[in-house]
Each structure stands twice: as C-alpha cells, then as structure tokens.
Design a protein around this ligand. Sequence first.
Ligand code: ATP
Length: 882
Amino acid sequence: MNNTTGRSALSDRTNSAGGAKDRRALLAEWKSKAKSRGGSENGAGPARSSLLGGVRRTGLGGGVTRVSGGAAAGSKRKNAAETTSTATTSRWATSRTSRSASSAMARTAPSGSFKIAEDEGEYESRSKKIRFGDSTEELGDTSTEPMSTTGGRGCLKKGRFAAAEPEPAPSNDAVSRALERRRTQPQPQQQPEGEDGDEEIVFDDTMNFDADEDLDNVESAGLKSKLRELQKTCAALQKQAVKLKMAKAPLEARMRQNEDNWRKEKSKLTVEIEALKVAIQEADQRFRSLELQKQSVEEENSKLTLENRRSNSTVTKDAPVDNSAWSRQLANDKEIEELKEKLEATKEEIQGLKLDKISLESDCHASNMELDSLNKKFASMEAESGDIEAAKNAANEAEIRLEVLTREHIATTAQLNAINMELASTKSTSEATIKEKETAWKTEEKQLRFEISVLRTRGGNVDDDDLIRPDDVEDEAVLRARIEERDRTIAELQEQVIKGEKLRRKMHNRIQELRGNIRVFVRTRPFLPGDGDGVDSAVDVSPDGQSLQIYDKTGKAENNFSFDKAFPPSSGQDAVFEEVSEFVQSALDGFHVCLFSYGQTGSGKTHTMQGSGNGQMRGIIPRAVEQILEQVNLLGGQNWKYTMSASFLEIYNEELKDLLVNMGPNGEAAPNTTKNNPNKKNPKLAIKRNAEGKSFVDNLSAINIDTTDADLGMQQLENVMNSAARTRSVACTNMNAQSSRSHSVFMLHLTGYNTEDGTVISGALNLCDLAGSERLDRSGAGADAKRLKETQAINKSLSCLGDVFSSLASGNSHVPYRNSKLTYLLQDCLSGDGKALMFVNLSPTMQSAHESLCSLRFAQRVSQVELGKPTKHVQYKMGGKK
Ligand SMILES: Nc1ncnc2c1ncn2[C@@H]1O[C@H](COP(=O)(O)OP(=O)(O)OP(=O)(O)O)[C@@H](O)[C@H]1O
C-alpha cells in the first residue's frame, strides 16, 4: 500500500468534501474519468454497481467518502480494485448485491485506510465481510494526513463498531459542534432493514465537516486511538473469523453427513411407513371381514335362538298330547302286540330247542360211544406211548452211553497214542543205549581176546585145562553169591528209594500244607484226532515230573515253569489220581478240600475231573468217591460211622443251577426227563452263610450216598453223574464237541462220627470243573448270540477268580470274593480254611501255545498264594462211649 497515494486521496477527498457536490455528481464524474482512462464500463461494473449499492447500504462511509473525494483517487482506486478483483471474482459473483457493494467500496478505498476486502483476514458479520488495514504503520502514516472519517464515524454510530466508538473528547469543541449540527440537521431517509436482517448501516452524505473546521487536527488523536482500538478489535475478530472458518469445514462436513443420514433415514422411514400403511390397510380389511363374520354369526345365533325358543314352545304345547289316555291305549295295544309276537317266537324257540335236545341226545349217545372207543384207543396209544417213551429213553441212554464210550474211546486212544509215543521214544533211547553197550562190549571182548592170546603165548606149552584151577571154581560160586547179594541190595535200595520218594512227596505235601499253599498240578493232554496232522508238541514236560517248557512255532522255548507236579500226555487217570488221593483223603479227616481244573477249552478239564467213560478213563470224582467209600469201610471197623451226600450244581451265565433236580433223595436213577416229574420245581438257588459263617447253597439237592455198601454207593454216584451230564449246559464248539458252557461244582459232604469218643468231623470235597477260557475267534462262539453271552460270562468270572488270587498273593486285606458267583461259592476253600489244589490243563498243540502260556502264567501266580494253615472241622458230641 502506497502511503503517498493514501495521503493524496485523503487531501483530494478533503477538498472534494469541502464542495457541495452531491453524490450523483461524484458518480458522474467518476464515470467520465473511468471512460477517459479507457476502462470499460463493464469492467468497472462491479465496482460501480457496488458503489451504487454500497452508498446506500454500507456504513463504512469513510471509504465512500474517499471515493467520492476526488478523481485523483481514480487510478489508485482502479489499481486497488485490480489487485483484489482477481482473487475475489468468484466470490463476488456469488455475493449478494449489497455485499458486493460494500466490498467494492472496500476495494476502491485508498490505501492506508481500513478497507472492506476478502483476500486477507476477514470478519464476517452476518452478510458482510469487513477487512481491516494491514498495519499500524499505515495507520500511523494515514494519521499524519488529513482524513475525513466523519462519514465513517457516522457509519460507526449505527454500524457494528458503534460499541467500540470512543466518546469524543470533551475538550474538542469543533467535534461537539459538528455533532450537534448533525443532530439538528434533518436525517436522510433511512434504508430499510436488509432482507436478511442485517443491521442497517446508513451512509450519510450530508455528514461532512465544514472546511473551516479543522477536524483533522482536532480529531486525529481521538481517531488514532479509535482506529487502533478498531484495529485490535478487527484483529481479534479476524482471528475469531479464522477459527470459525476452520471450524466451519468439519461442521459443514458433519452437516452434510447428517444430511445424508437424514435422507437415508427418511427414505427408510418412508418405506417403513409405506409398509405400515399397507399393513394397516390389510388389518383394516381383515378387521372389516371379521366384523362381517361376527355380524353373520350373531345373526345366525339369534336365528337359532329364535328357532330354539319356537321349538321349545312347540314341545311344551305337544306334551299333554303324549300323556293323553288315547296315546296310552295305543301304546298298550302296541305292547300287547309285541308281547304276543314274542310269545309266539318263544314257543317256536322252545319247539326248536326240544328238537335240538332230541338231536343232541342222539349226538350225545353217539359221542359217548365214540368216547368209549377213543378211550380204548387212548389206552392202547398210552401203552404204545409208554413203550415209545421207554424206547426213547433207552435210545437216549444208548446215545449217552455211546457218547461216553466214544469219549472213552477217544481218550483211551489218545492216551494209548501218547504211551506208544513215549514207548517209541523209550525204545529208541534203549536201542541207542544197547547199541552203545554192544559196541563197548565188542571192544572189550576184542581186548580180552587179545589179552588171552597174549597170555597163551606167554604160557607156552601150558594147556588150557591147566589154567582152570579148583580155586577159580570156588571163586566163581562166591562171585555168583556176591552178585545175588548185590542184586538184593539193589532191589532193597530201589524199594527204599521208592519209599523215600513217597516220603519225600508226603513231606513236601506236609510242608505245603503247613505253609498253606495252593498246590498246582499241570496236566498236558495227548494229541486228539481233531488236532491236525502236526505232531510237534508245544509243551515239553521234563522227566523230573515238575518242570515243563512251552515252545512257539519257531521252536523257541518261551519259558521254564515249575509246579508241584507236571503230568505228561502219557499220564493216565490212575497216575493223576494217585497224586491227589492223599488230598482227597483229607476230606475224610475233616478238611474242606477244593480241587479245580483250569485251562482253555478242550484242554482236558472235564476229562480230569469227571473222566471219559466208566472204565480206566474215569476221572477224579468217581475215583475220589470210590476211595472214600473204601476208606469209610475200613474206618468203620475203627468205630467211625460216616454219612455222605452229593450235590452237583453249575454256574451258567452267573446263575446257579441244580444239576440233580430230577433225582430222588437217595440217588434213585432219575427218570429221564422233567416230563415225568412235573411237580418238581426248579427252585432258585442262593449262596448263603450258616451260623458258623460257612457258605452253603440254599435249596440245592443233596443226594445221599450209601457209605455202608460201596457198590450201592458207586451206583448212586453213577446216577448222579449221569443226571448231571444230562442237565449240564454243554454245546458243540469249534474247539470241543462237548464243551462245558458253565462252571460245574461237585460237592461231597462227609460227616464222620466216632462212636467211641463222640468225635464228629465234617469234611467236604469240592471238585470244580471250570468252563474253558476261550478266544471268540477260535471257538467260533462270537457268531452265535447265546454262545457269545456264555463266553462273556465265563471269561468274566474267570477274570474274577484271577483277581481273587492276585489279591490273595498280594496279601490284600480285601479279597473280592463277591465279584462273581464262582468265587463267592468257593470263598471258604480259597480263604485259608481249606486245602486247595488247582489243575492247569494244557493242550499240546502249537495253535494253543499262546493260551497254554497264559494258563501257565496264571498258574504261577496261583502257586505263590499262601492261604495259611487249613482248619480241621472237628466237634465233640455227647453220646460217645468215652
Ligand atoms: N489226558 C487225556 N487223555 C486222553 N484224552 C483226553 C485227555 N484229556 C482230554 N482228553 C479228551 O479231549 C477231549 C476234550 O477234553 P475235555 O472235554 O475234558 O476238555 P475241557 O477242557 O473240559 O473242555 P471244555 O472247557 O470245552 O469243557 C475229550 O474228548 C477228552 O476225552
């Protein structure tokens, strides 16, 4: 900004202000000057139009005053307009006319004064933008120039800066006068308030100081300070305007965002409203239709009510007619008619019945005759049926016998084969020994012959006869006697060895008894026809009769086991029984003895316990009973009287079953089937404890075995065994044609009474044939649901038995006897009260090697169980001779 320009403008303005030119004259003058400068009227348009408007509206009249002040300011004004017009054109274009006017005025304002502009710090007041001058320096400069600000001040009176207007100094008389004059002068017509409500800033052309009043000098000080204040205010306003402008953009963005949201919301709501309108319409329609329905229903209801009333009234009117005598008469007549008809019908019926009776009587007669003939027929048929039944029984018996014989035959053949095999091996061993000895003998003979020939040569002419002297003959007799003597000694020694062996066994048994061990015997069965062609045995029993080895298919020995006794396949039933006889004997002495056979299916458990057949293949049970009967007879001579009873039960699928349910109490041969014993129930068996805490099976049949007559006793036992064999649950499996599907327990109760001293002993022999442990895949039981259930029950109870032994071996305080019926039943025998012996039966086949190994491991655990010293059950009873 050029200070000089400002000054000249001010002086021009001051001079021009001194004239009485009116505004129009000034404008015309400005126009002509502009034209003379070559500026188009259009180009100056904005300024001009602004000026035109501005003079009417803007209150910053100082500028206007300066514009109107002189033509000298024209060029400068033009320059000022040019400098700002570029920057503001667009905004000018959009500004309202009134604003344009004031802005234009500002642009045309000379430098050095405050101006209204938009290209620098600006303050927006409603619709106006007010730009204040740049620097105080300019203001300082301008203050040195005479400046007519009367118009400006006048504007400020009503303009927005009016509040900031300082009071004129009281000493300034000229100012007071001018103000006074102004007050007294008529006011020009005021511009009406702007359309946007802007404060009206009135440009007052008449507010000019007189030339003679040196206002410049008078007011300079006050104006300066006023301007400074205004400057400060404007600066503050500028800053505020900048802030507001900065704040404006985000606000505008927010406003736009809000506007958008509002529009979206509005459209959404419009849609919703539309939908609601439709719904309301529909609801209205439905409501109307329901109303209609209701009306029709109500109408119908009222109709029905009316009808109902009408019909009721009709009914009450008709009632007396029903009760009239005439109608009663009619009814009676009708009834009589009906009764007559009924009577007729009954007569006919009676007639028919009479005829029926006659025909029935004849029928009855015929039937009676037929019945008679039928009775006769029935009697003959019954007789026939009895014969058939008997024949059937005989056939059954024969079948059983055949079965037994077959088993016996198989067993015998098997054992014979085993013996033959053993003989063959013994023969080959003996032959080898003989050969060896022969060779040795031949060598010795050669040697002797050589020695003889040497002696002969040495002897020269000595005759052979001379060599034999009487002494030598004598020596030979002595030698023979000596040999005989030696043979006797050998025989005696052999006898002693046998006795010693017996004693050793006895001692061993005694030791075992004292230790309370469960004794374990292992028995390997011979090869059977069904075992295949392979003759390689998986089990090798050592000649010591106690140890054995198991081989796998590769021929590798798995383990070396040692037990109380190991029986090779060639061992017969007698040899086995010999080993257990002493054990059985102890039942007679008042011990509770338990023998049980354990092993995989088809390994020979039943063969060991019951046997195969009634001959040499008889098992432990018949042999034990036989031995006991013999012993009882012997003891009978020693004041002992025994009674004996046998029971036989099986545990099938964890259920107890009496196998002698069809027998008479004294072992009478059971008629074959339950058909002949229809009244005999199969009572439920339960394991219970007696007063002494000993277990017994409630409701179990006990068959008396005669102890006085051994033959009778054996016959009774045979009946018992047959009856049990018939009732026992057996089935054919892949592993055994007669596989036991249950655990069977033969119980022999013995009571001995000594007539001399009143001693009573009660022993028991429990011979338990366990069901075979089996693998489902080998036995084929998995294919049949019944077999599968049986097998699961078997394996479970065997595992419970294993748990009991493990528990006993570990010395646990709690032994899980109650986990299965089997262990609960055998609890007394297994808890140290009795003597226990376990047979482990093995199959010799290679296919069974794994199962055999499992059985042997189980047996090894059992052999470690110490039950404690067994108890002898002895009582004393009054009545003995002593
Ligand atoms: N030591 C043996 N000497 C001769 N034959 C035997 C011998 N052991 C078993 N057998 C025969 O083997 C077959 C199977 O024996 P057994 O029925 O006793 O087996 P098991 O172990 O009781 O089988 P399961 O558990 O299936 O009842 C029978 O025919 C039996 O005669």
